[in-house]
Design a protein around this ligand. Sequence first.
Ligand SMILES: *[C@@H]1O[C@H](CO)[C@@H](O)[C@H](O)[C@H]1NC(C)=O
Ligand SMILES: *[C@@H]1O[C@H](CO)[C@@H](O)[C@H](O)[C@H]1NC(C)=O
Length: 253
Amino acid sequence: MFIHCKLVILILVLTLDGQVHTGEIVGGHEAVPHSRPYMVLLERHMQNGKTQHCCGFLLNEDFVMTAAHCHAKSHTVLLGVHNVHKRGEIQRVTVEQTFPRKDYNETVYKNDIMLLKLSSKAKFSENVKPIPLAGQDDGSLPKSCILSGWGTTDRVEKYMSLVLMETNVTLIDSELCRKENFYCSEGKTGPGEGDSGGPLVCEDGKAYGVVSSTFKPHSGAPLIHCYAKIPDHRSWIDLTMKNAWKRSNTYKY
Ligand SMILES: *[C@@H]1O[C@H](CO)[C@@H](O)[C@H](O)[C@H]1NC(C)=O
Ligand SMILES: *[C@@H]1O[C@H](CO)[C@@H](O)[C@H](O)[C@H]1NC(C)=O
């Protein structure tokens, strides 16, 4: 079962073959502008000179969280975005340092989580605010969650959405997902290309997961969408931010 999933994840995530659909925010709708002020549009400046996009979310004035597979040569964080063409209202901040999980496994997308330290502090406003993270795992599974992102809304064309889209998803209880430190949802509705790194926000308004990967089980069963499980990474997140903060202060004084 696992080997099979691994292959399908590879096919779905690493190719842009029009025949293979990665799922997208289908049945989703445009978010009320700036109703999710923690959302980050992440520019990935690639080795080959191209720019690609991921999503992320603001944790405090110094850190953004995204997926480890959104790594790049360098990154720029765009804050306060709703419509990507309305440049006037967007705050651009470069990323000074990246902290991917050292045990990120790019074959199976395990521990697909990364912290980005901003080179200057984010300025909070009505449109730019951080989101709190879910606490350590207490074994309970949140049910009703929301995803948002600028990822593809079209299966074939693969264009990014120009405005922030969102949709509700229901998490499923699966042994495979639990074993791999994922939260999972299933069905056509879910994240697409470009939604990677965005948050899974559940009932209490906290971020529980990071959009990671999608696979299609054999037997034509529904697509499974996987989210890196934040409660399982809380100590690493807190420690990484604390150490980075200490280092930057040592450097200054
Ligand atoms: C990634 O996970 C797979 C499946 O568990 C394992 O076979 C492989 O060795 C892992 N790769 C790394 C680099 O740890
Ligand atoms: C979506 O989720 C939110 C929060 O969990 C909930 O308040 C809302 O009723 C849900 N909407 C639908 C259409 O299920």
